[in-house]
Design a protein around this ligand. Structure first.
Ligand code: ATP
Length: 271
């Protein structure tokens, strides 16, 4: 699979965190809201399916895919929506959302209420790996989405999701390990972890947690004929993740240049 077009469009979306593309007053806009354990991200694409604006905020209002602070989540989504509306000069009326695989019906509804409470009609609700695949276009293989709280995976056969799973262990666990190893607060550990220039230095400390993530994936794909693994989600930004996964799984592992915004973009594309 050629990742260059994925890398290009994700790099384009990254620039839309700072800059805003012009949109006509009438063209249809595709909006995606990603309510994550660590970040809430809003992505807006135009009718040509190109990124036009993106906004995100660190927020701990979701835990293991469940909304634990409804008002807090709604407030952040409202704030990001207002920011983007101001930048675009357009009202955002509709959005798609995604939840971790296996999220129960009532929890899905709560995700929907957050977005509706912030003033947008929910046009689609999908699972996160399926959203990621709207960008990646994997026909056969496993998409592994490692975010703040969980390692989620979905197995695709002929472009269709045939199996999903989601287990606790995500970027938050890496930060907790670093907080202990460096004797710093969780927030400082997060900053150290997200500093790509320190990835080499921290790798030995976090390797066991990454191995655990790979073991989770291994247990779920055991006995299946899987030829490739695709890594997405903010935690996969960690340099060298793919090498540990490849060693543990014995299968080729692919990672786009920036795995962080793949799922949020896929949600928007599915709206
Ligand atoms: P979840 O999918 O578990 O609900 P989420 O959607 O908030 O959570 P993401 O936004 O995909 O998850 O990823 C957030 C995680 O990625 C956080 O733990 C964050 O610290 C981590 N992260 C972000 N950037 C980097 C980076 N450059 N290096 C390492 N980790 C990073």
């Amino acid at each position: 699979m050629d990742f260059s077009s994925v890398d290009r469009i994700i790099a384009d979306l990254e620039t839309c965190l700072e800059t805003t593309r012009e949109v006509s007053p009438t063209e249809e806009l595709l909006v995606g809201v990603d309510l994550g354990t660590a970040y809430i991200v809003l992505v807006v694409m135009n009718s040509k399916r190109e990124p036009v604006a993106c906004a995100m905020e660190f927020a701990q209002v979701i835990k293991d895919g469940l909304v634990v602070d409804y008002i807090g989540a709604m407030t952040v989504v409202k704030r990001l929506k207002a920011q983007l509306e101001e930048r675009l000069g357009r009202e955002l009326e509709k959005a798609a959302i995604a939840v971790p695989p296996g999220t129960g019906e009532s929890d899905c509804k709560t995700h929907g209420y957050v977005v509706e409470g912030a003033g947008m009609e929910v046009t689609n609700l999908l699972d996160e790996p399926t959203a990621a695949n709207a960008v990646l276009g994997v026909e056969n293989g496993v998409i592994v989405d490692i975010g703040g709280g969980t390692t989620g995976l979905s197995i695709l056969e002929n472009g269709k999701v045939v199996y999903v799973a989601d287990e606790a262990t995500g970027g938050t666990h890496l930060s907790l390990v670093l907080s202990g190893a460096y004797k710093v607060s969780f927030e400082e550990a997060e900053d150290i972890k997200k500093d790509n220039s320190r990835h080499k230095e921290i790798f030995a400390s976090v390797r066991p947690v990454i191995q655990k993530m790979a073991t989770i994936v291994k247990a779920h794909i055991e006995g299946r004929n899987i030829s490739s693994v695709y890594l997405v989600g903010g935690t996969c930004c960690l340099t060298g993740m793919e090498t540990v996964f490849e060693k543990e799984l014995g299968i080729p592992v692919h990672k786009p240049a920036n795995p962080f915004l793949v799922t949020p973009m896929g949600i928007a594309l599915s709206s």
